[in-house]
Design a protein around this ligand. Structure first.
Ligand SMILES: *Cc1c(COP(=O)(O)O)cnc(C)c1O
Length: 476
């Protein structure tokens, strides 16, 4: 493709993206294709002769778009948001255009240095402690990972390095994200060495007294308590573990504290939500949050900070001859290949930098506040309706609730709730997801797309009520 051809098609692609974002609401939120349908609509074998890019764009309309679930739709309320925004998309395009491989400082100094700057900026915006900063002569620092799951693996490896030899134990709660169990498997710690600490049944937050007991038991039995994962904003219901109390216990036992704030952490751009990080400044050894969820930065962009990067670098550093260079030997530069699992890395800082510069702290706060406000509005609707039971904790953008099915057993109620959810999602008018708490299926509405307005959450709520009423009216 010549630069001139690239210009022609590039303009078309940018126009298409702009049109897509402007009209995304016209699509059914969830794709209606059947398994195998997308693949079957495309040639089984690659072309022998190159094709025009027009043919690619035509197939995009014909086959790909019908197979898309529209995450940027203002009525997408499933899982957690995965915000894309103009500046993030453009920043990512620039990254693709430059085609830089940022594995070492020496392979593109700006890729590393912009990243060290932008993660410090984000630490400022979230009021995270100075010891997480990458700039100072301090021991800490931040890095952009592809996902909070990868960050968890890195944190476990660092914690194990610091703990030294022995039978390592990790501590999580029943509400901890599954990526921690996966990290235990990947790192060889093993799932048998993951202890699941009880939660308070009312709040679903980890019970620090039980954590303390579990660690003490393990010490007595000759294990090496290695890492506790505390979660700020669990995936199921956005429960917040008591980080301060957990941190005090970790400190007493010399255990690494990893704080998983993948979804909710970015909410700390708003001073009124900074309570969520209580105890982080004093106690966290590592902390992760995902701008690729609620902070307007398209996937992938997950920021991991460490108070002391040395154990991570010790665990992950490998220097084959072909990567030796004077900058690395000087010890004056950050080589991010030692901060992650793969060697190669994309220039992800460009999109986060674009986002922070475009919106400013003010714009980012306004975005988070709108999500919190709309979630509060829906929660009010649910609370006022005797046909539904609201899960009372909704400080961020997630609202959980369940429809009540009078006269039905819990099993039947759960089945009815799942049927309701399927009908809602089949309608194409909205997309929601679910979770299970204490045996009950709850519906989850995660609000946080920049396109979502009051009218969207209102019409989602009306739709839920209408579908529920029609199910209740059906003969059983
Ligand atoms: C989404 C989420 C994760 C996983 O995030 P990825 O970046 O997709 O790996 C981990 N922890 C929590 C609390 C989450 O909500």
């Amino acid at each position: 493709m010549t630069p001139e051809q690239f210009r022609t098609y590039g303009r078309q692609v940018v126009d298409r993206i702009a049109d897509y974002l402007a009209t995304v609401e016209r699509h059914p939120v969830r794709s209606t294709v059947a398994p195998g349908e997308v693949r079957a609509a495309l040639p089984a074998h690659p072309p022998e002769r190159g094709e025009s890019f027009d043919a690619v764009l035509a197939d995009l309309d014909r086959v790909i778009l019908p197979g898309i679930t529209h995450w940027q739709h203002p009525s997408f309320f499933g899982y957690f948001p995965a915000n894309a925004s103009g500046p993030a998309i453009l920043g990512d395009l620039l990254s693709s255009g430059l085609g830089v491989q940022g594995m070492l400082w020496a392979t593109s100094p700006a890729c590393t240095e912009l990243e060290t700057l932008v993660v410090d900026w984000l630490a400022d915006l979230l009021d995270l402690p100075p010891r997480f900063r990458t700039d100072a002569d301090g021991a800490g620092g931040g890095v952009i990972q592809d996902s909070a799951s990868s960050a968890a693996v890195v944190a476990v490896l660092a914690a194990r390095q610091r703990a030294g030899e022995g039978r390592h134990r990790l501590y999580v709660s029943s509400q901890t994200h599954s990526s921690l169990e996966k990290a235990a498997r990947i790192t060889g710690v093993g799932v048998d060495n993951v202890r699941v600490v009880d939660v308070d049944p009312e709040t679903l937050a980890m019970d620090p007294a039980r954590l303390d007991e579990s660690i003490a038991e393990d010490v007595a039995a000759g294990f090496v308590p290695t890492m506790v994962c505390a979660t700020v904003g669990t995936t199921s219901t956005t429960a917040v573990d008591p980080v301060r109390r957990i941190g005090e216990i970790c400190r007493r036992h010399g255990v690494w504290l990893h704080v998983d704030a993948a979804y909710a952490g970015v909410a700390a751009v708003c001073p009124e939500l900074r309570w969520l990080n209580d105890g982080v400044a004093e106690h966290a050894d590592s902390y992760v949050t995902n701008p690729h969820k609620w902070l307007l930065t398209n996937f992938d962009c997950s920021v991991l900070w460490l108070a002391d990067r040395a154990p991570m670098v010790d665990a992950l550093s490998i220097l084959p001859e072909y990567l030796r260079n004077t900058a690395t030997s000087s010890g004056e530069v950050v080589d991010y290949r030692d901060w992650q699992i793969p060697l190669g890395r994309r220039f992800r800082a460009l999109k986060l930098w674009s986002v922070i510069r475009w919106y400013g702290a003010e714009g980012l706060r306004a975005h988070v506040r709108r999500g919190v406000e709309l979630a509060g509005h829906v929660a009010g609707r649910v609370a006022d309706d005797t046909r539904f039971a609201l899960w009372p904790w909704h400080p961020f953008g997630l609202v959980c609730f369940r429809p009540l099915w009078p006269g039905m057993s819990t099993t039947d109620s759960n089945a009815a709730t799942m049927t309701l959810l399927e009908r809602l999602n089949d309608s194409g008018a909205l997309f929601a997801s679910h979770t299970k708490v204490e045996g009950h299926v709850l519906l989850r509405l995660a609000i946080g797309s920049p396109a979502t307005r009051h009218e969207h959450v209102e019409s989602a709520w009306r739709r839920i009520v209408a579908e529920y009423d029609s199910m209740r009216a059906e003969p059983r």
